[in-house]
Design a protein around this ligand. Structure first.
Ligand code: URA
Length: 225
């Protein structure tokens, strides 16, 4: 019968022949560096942008809102998610992606070894469109400067857009999400990976493997960057 070599056996053999070192394999499977640590000087902070957004009346969505859903997460996150706009639960709690779709997004984030607190999550529009409809182009146009300023303040290494609305408004294109997902795009030098919206996956579970593949791409890009 063949005897299985254990790490201890190898380590004691190496010691016997005068080698005192056996590298320890990463226990975390190559953990992702979630946030930039060096202090950043210069530009405006997320808090300054939030202050302004909280009193925004640039479009009619302000009339129906309970809260301004500015964004949440690590201000130095290397991974930024962009969704469409707050739904009812988000409008109530003032935080993006806290309903059923949000729980699915959280699972995908955890699957690549990160938590919600490691990443940053924002939307194209910060106020809830009535009846959860998609934001109108003029609403998106009024709100996008906030998101662009958030991106400049955070300086993420990678952006992931969730669904067609986020993809089309953030990048100013008409790409179909079924074709664009999993294909890297560029926003002012920042790699952008479009994937499906979690609410779409809740209704179309057979496509979830495509999102999981996209999250593997995100993880790979964060590990190598
Ligand atoms: N859907 C979105 O696009 N954004 C949210 O914040 C919640 C649901």
């Amino acid at each position: 019968m063949t005897k299985r070599l254990t790490r201890n056996m190898v380590a004691s053999y190496l010691r016997e022949i005068g080698i005192d070192y056996l590298p320890v394999p990463p226990r975390d499977g190559g953990k992702i560096r979630a946030a930039e640590t060096p202090a950043r000087g210069g530009g405006e902070t997320l808090e300054e942008i939030r202050e302004e957004a909280l009193s925004c009346r640039r479009c009619p969505l302000c009339k129906g809102r309970r809260t301004v859903v500015f964004g949440v997460g690590n201000p130095r996150a290397r991974l930024l998610f962009v969704g469409e706009g707050p739904g009812e639960e988000e409008d109530r709690q003032g935080e993006p992606f806290v309903g059923a779709a949000g729980r699915r997004l959280t699972q995908w984030i955890q699957r690549i070894g990160l938590s919600r607190g490691d990443v940053y999550i924002a939307n194209i529009v910060k106020c809830r469109p009535p009846g959860n409809r998609a934001p109108l182009p003029e609403e998106a146009a009024a709100c996008l400067p906030f998101l662009r300023r958030q991106i400049r303040a955070i300086r993420p290494a990678v952006i992931c857009t969730l669904g067609a609305v986020a993809l089309n408004f953030l990048l100013g294109n008409n790409d179909r999400i079924t074709r664009a997902r999993g294909q890297w795009r560029d926003l002012d030098g920042i790699p952008v990976l479009p994937t499906y919206h979690p609410a779409y996956i809740l209704r179309n579970a057979t496509r979830e493997h495509e999102v999981l593949a996209d999250f593997d791409l995100l993880a790979e890009s964060l590990r190598s960057g």
